[in-house]
Write a protein that binds this ligand. Structure first.
Ligand code: PHE
Length: 399
């Protein structure tokens, strides 16, 4: 009985049993015309239930500059998607959670987004420590999570639901150490490491290994804890070692404060950092003390690529300033999820996960993204230097 019932032929559409009403023909012609247009030209307005994408980031608190940049990138992506017909014809919607830069809050945020909001996928965090908190929750629920900028290798190792659209620290650390040794001629590096952050510990480790392998010397390793404001004790210890470089794998607030205190203490060593330095507030906090600082990041708003040019123009028109790499990576993260839905023909979480894993050569504003078997992307690094009080793009390093 049951099987027979299941096999009962379902009437597909009125078209099968009755001819098309003449009145519908013009509408169908119009639909065909719309579909024939290039994407984004005059797409039909999205309709129906929104496709919810969960977004969690440090929108307030210590790392608010990161959250703000990422949110701007994500919102622009959602608006561009909806202007181009949405996700599979449905409106794309961003559901935003603020973890206030606090430990513990990212896991809670992601639980809410998954359970309460029923998001189909997640975008976040930037800090590796906070993505590492959220990732096991997403993994256990089978919800794909795309991190725009967490570079610690352990992040995507959490499981097959976790994806990354940027380079990872084994590459970034090697790029920095090589640049310091070869291009800047630095030979004696001191490390100032945030012992509470996996990003900082991991990046310091790769830097030290590469720098030593090249023939450089690590003359000191000093520790701090994220949120610290006084680095004088560590810097005084470093002063006694004759270091010509201080590598600080931390975020912009610490970078700015440590730079100021280092100059006050008479240290002349070159300050080096990673992607965590990049925030509009870096120069506001560190000012002239940052002169000569060099750091690596994910993207340059000066890229001549046409997709990037369009993104920079739209972002600048909206916010009055060019996007940082984090904004661009977050834009691409949202677009990548939409692309996966398109390829899967579904917004089902499992289907999205499969399609994301198959991402090859996705053309984004940060270049092409291909996800490898570890769900990681290989992307170029950009070297930025502070010269004359301005951030200057120096060069691109390919993986
Ligand atoms: N890569 C950093 C981390 O993993 C986060 C970061 C990315 C910060 C980009 C700023 C810009 O912790």
């Amino acid at each position: 009985m049951r099987a027979a019932h299941g096999k009962k032929p379902r009437r597909l559409a009125a078209t099968q049993s009755s001819p098309l009403p003449i009145a519908m023909l013009p509408r169908l012609c119009l639909l065909a015309l719309v579909l024939a247009l290039p994407a984004g030209a005059h797409a039909a307005a999205p309709a129906g239930e929104p496709v919810k994408i969960g977004f969690f980031m440090s929108i307030t608190g210590r790392d608010a500059s990161f959250g703000e940049a990422a949110l701007r990138g994500a919102r622009l992506a959602i608006d561009d998607l909806n202007a181009a017909g949405g996700i599979l014809g449905r409106p794309a919607q961003l559901v935003v959670e603020d973890n206030r830069s606090l430990p513990g809050e990212s896991a809670t945020a992601v639980k809410k987004l998954i359970g309460r909001d029923r998001v189909v996928a997640l975008v976040g965090e930037c800090a590796s420590s906070r993505t590492l908190e959220a990732a096991p929750v997403a993994q256990a629920a089978g919800v794909p999570l795309v991190t725009p900028a967490s570079t610690n290798p352990r992040v995507t190792a959490v499981g097959d639901c976790i994806f990354r659209v940027c380079f990872a620290d084994p590459f970034q650390g090697a790029v920095l150490a090589t640049y310091a040794w070869k291009n800047l001629g630095l030979r004696r590096a001191a490390l100032l490491v945030d012992a509470s952050a996996p990003y900082s510990v991991g990046l310091a480790d790769v830097f030290a290994k590469t720098f030593s392998a090249l023939g450089g010397e690590i003359v000191a390793t000093q520790k701090y804890s994220g949120g610290d404001k006084d680095f004088r004790a560590q810097l005084t210890a470093i002063r006694g070692t004759g270091a010509d470089a201080i590598f600080l794998p931390g975020y912009y607030v610490e970078a700015g404060l440590a730079a100021k205190q280092a100059r006050e203490l008479g240290l002349k060593a070159t300050l080096l950092g990673g992607d965590g330095f990049e925030a509009p507030q870096l120069l506001e906090i560190g000012g002239a003390a940052l002169e000569g600082t060099v750091y690596s990041t994910h993207y340059s708003a000066e890229s001549p690529d046409s997709a990037s040019r369009r993104f920079v123009a739209a972002y600048t028109a909206r916010h009055g300033a060019a996007p940082v790499g984090l904004a661009a990576l977050t834009y691409d993260s949202v677009q990548l999820i939409a692309d996966a839905a398109r390829r899967a023909g579904s917004t089902d979480r499992a289907a999205l996960k499969m399609a994301l894993a198959g991402t090859r050569d996705f053309p984004g504003v940060t270049g092409r993204t291909t996800l490898d078997e570890n769900r990681d992307a290989q992307k170029d690094a950009a070297i930025i230097a502070v010269r004359g009080g301005r951030l200057v793009f120096v060069e691109t390093v390919r993986p």
